[in-house]
Design a protein around this ligand. Structure first.
Ligand code: NAD
Length: 467
């Protein structure tokens, strides 16, 4: 089976490379010639663990890359749309999806054999069976369900673990306009299906809604935890880490097996307070879902609230800084972490952007470090007065305060580094990697401390569990 993937970004490239790994012949198409050039040389334009070695293994063999969409589409039986679907401020911007559908439609016009179009981009319910189908039929002059198939196959990979997620899916959701379209998409994933990965078959609208609901659920859990954390930070002696550790023990969240072993589902990672979510998915997807609800005359009160809680969550870090350093103007602040999450170089909607912008506006002198994202950050904000350190040590040297924005493993050695400093900075922990007792001067999301009340925060231990 030969597959053309249109759009070779995070999702398109990872999908293309991983599908090649499970035996599909893949052509990756992108309108960005520079990106294609790099991929052809075996270089990945993004950082994802394991991606470069898989690309090197398949490029020029089961995987090729090109800007020439027509030639690729002429030669393949399935095409997958994996282009961006940004939020334009008011609603989802489907222009990239529509352009890709038009391109496929032009090629379908010249073909007589059956072809299946799969939408992998995250799109609001009704897009695949609505505008995408209309464009394909209008441009090709052919009929969906008769001359060509149409399916929606949302992607659930998480940046930072994209290859591992794609290769070990928890489920594969396939929406289709008919059984033949769904059967074709099943063939792409045959090795996974044979391994027992659950397949969820449905219509296109439901598949689209599953993806949004999934993202909105986790975003809700984060914003909920952040609001609880902000309340804890106003309650002396209460640390949100302890509150959440106690909540996580509820058997509906952490089931206890007959053997006595407690299961700690990954979901609990989202029931944790921090300085807000970012990335290319949660913020734009929740906004697109809310806008879609509004367009259908439904007031999305929960979705609006979780977006608003997230939009202002970085201010909690500013508040903590202002509490400990009354005059921020002229103060030296080190920001650790620019990527929206660890193991990724993606800075899209990272809380570091809002935070640094706010600190610049307050006249702070800023140094910043990120193991992967610093170059991209500097490119995106070339005029921001930020000094980029090339190590944690170099970045925090002379800082009055250090703000942790991304939970990079590298920052775990901060207590030892700070202990060795002559003048020890205030640590403001946006990801709650640490406890108040780990530093002489510490503040964090969900915990209120000053230099004298640290002792009222016991490091609570739960028998049999590490909190
Ligand atoms: P991206 O911006 O990284 O990649 C999109 C790519 O499409 C770019 O390389 C762009 O040049 C290319 N492109 C745009 N229009 C084109 C056209 N007409 N022809 C050829 N190439 C074109 O986006 P992404 O992060 O990979 O996201 C893609 C889709 O997948 C979005 O809908 C997103 O919501 C969804 N998604 C993303 C993630 C994630 O973690 N990034 C996870 C699941 C789903």
């Amino acid at each position: 089976m030969k597959l053309t993937v249109i759009g070779t970004g995070y999702v398109g490239l990872v999908s293309g490379v991983c599908l090649a790994e499970i035996g599909v012949d893949v052509v990756c198409v992108d309108s960005d010639a520079g990106k294609i050039e790099r991929i052809r040389k075996g270089e990945t334009p993004i950082h994802e663990n394991g991606l470069e070695s898989l690309l090197a293994k398949h490029i020029g063999r089961r995987l090729t890359a090109t800007t020439a969409a027509e030639a690729a589409l002429l030669d393949s039986s399935v095409s997958m749309i994996a282009v961006g679907t940004p939020f334009d401020g008011e609603r989802i911007d489907l222009s990239q999806v529509e352009a890709a559908a038009r391109k496929i439609g032009e090629v379908l016009r010249t073909r007589d054999d059956y072809h299946v179009v799969v939408v992998k981009s995250t799109v609001i319910a009704g897009t695949t069976a609505g505008p995408v189908r209309e464009i394909l039929e209008a441009v090709s002059g052919k009929r969906a369900g008769i001359d060509f198939g149409l399916a929606m196959n949302p992607e659930f990979l998480r940046e930072g673990a994209a290859v591992a997620d794609f290769m070990n899916p928890d489920r594969i959701v396939i929406g289709g306009i008919d059984g033949r379209s769904i059967a074709t998409v099943r063939k792409l994933y045959r090795p996974f299906i044979e391994r027992g990965v659950p397949i969820f078959e449905t219509n296109c609208d439901t598949a689209e809604m599953i993806k949004y609901t999934n993202n909105a659920l986790f975003a809700t859990m984060i914003s909920f935890s952040n609001e609880i954390g902000n309340l804890c930070a106003r309650l002396p002696g209460v640390d949100v880490l302890d509150v959440m550790a106690g909540v996580h023990l509820d058997k509906r969240l952490s089931p206890r097996l007959a053997t006595g072993e407690t299961i700690r589902p990954r979901m609990l990672e989202y029931l944790a307070a921090g300085c807000g979510f970012g990335g290319s998915c949660f913020p734009k997807d929740v906004k697109a879902l809310a806008a879609h609800a509004r367009a259908l005359a439904l007031e999305p009160r929960m979705l609006d609230s979780l977006i608003e809680v997230n939009r202002t969550q970085f201010l909690e870090l500013v508040r903590q800084l202002e509490r400990h350093i009354p005059v921020l103007a002229g103060s030296r602040i080190a920001v650790l972490g620019l990527a929206f999450k660890p193991e990724s170089d993606d800075i899209r909607e990272s809380p570091a952007i809002s935070l640094i912008e706010a600190l610049i506006a307050r006249g702070c002198s800023i140094s910043a470090f990120d193991p992967l994202a610093a170059a991209g950050f500097r490119r995106k904000f070339p005029n921001w007065p930020v000094r980029y350190g090339n190590s944690v040590e170099a970045t925090i040297e002379h800082a009055e305060a250090v703000v942790i924005v991304t939970r990079w493993k590298e920052f775990g050695r901060l207590p030892a580094l700070v202990a060795g400093m002559v003048t020890q900075p205030l640590i403001v922990d946006g990801r709650r990697m640490f406890r108040p007792g780990d530093f002489p001067r510490y503040a964090g999301i969900g915990v209120e401390t000053n230099d004298s009340n640290i002792s009222v925060h016991p490091n609570i231990k739960v028998a049999g569990l590490t909190p």
